[in-house]
Design a protein around this ligand. Sequence first.
Ligand code: TA6
Length: 288
Amino acid sequence: MDVVQNLPQSDVVILDRGDGTSAAVHLHGATLLSWQCQGKEILFLSQNAVFDHKKAIRGGVPLVFPHFGPWQHGPQHGFARIKRWKLEIPPSKDKHGNVISAFSLEDDEFTRSSWEKRFRLVYTLVLQEKELSFSLVVHSNDQNPFEFTTLLHTYFRTPDVTRTAVIGLQQLKYTDKVNNDQVLEETREAILLSENYDRIYSNCPPEIVVGRIADGNCSAVLRTLNFPDIVLWNPWTEKAKAMSDFGDEEYKNMICVEAGNVSQPIKIDPGQQIEFTQSIQILPAPSL
Ligand code: TA6
């Protein structure tokens, strides 16, 4: 949280539930920077992250829209994560003590210069006792149907990535972007990383587990709606060195487990809205 505390208050929205549970959202990209669950930081934020209101923030949960990956019309992973969002609903508590806040982004000259579609995004976070829910609603204000891909680029914190298991992807096909986009089948119940991973798992179940995150004594249950894909990414040594906003050794302490709809573009009709959700529930680490 120390990086967050030094940021201008005008840029950061704090959701504080009390009892050591809070979240911090930067209006640049509506990027969730930090989620403290009963005093434990769940997310990874690079010590070298840049907050220049231009570059995507390295860590937390950057929001990918309208395109995952390299894009012929604009920046990689689209513009949502590099635009300043509007605070729609300031943090407020519901009757259960959960803290709700919402952010919005609409098309403007900048977005239309690369992608002429008319849209409105509403991004809502609900901070519960041991769970954080994310809702992204894509509204079409366009006269014509259009297609997009979208993803929540979640960076989990871990004391040792080689002991952080991803459970629930066994027998699924994945595209291996590190090995010429080969399509292979996952054979392991518990996936443990020990090299550069950049994989898109398709047709994923609505619930997976990420074990030994935060201080190593927690696991995360990731539940999704309309996010059939999971991207697993860790840059490992060489790619870590190549990123100026990422410490050379930081690959050891993060794993990206990213819920998205990226394998196939989604079509949205004029006036239609589509909701995408993920929730992350924190439980004691599984006994692996
Ligand atoms: O989510 C995996 C990925 O697509 C990787 O290929 C890598 O590029 C990562 O996203 C980070 O991308 P960024 O543009 O934030 O450096």
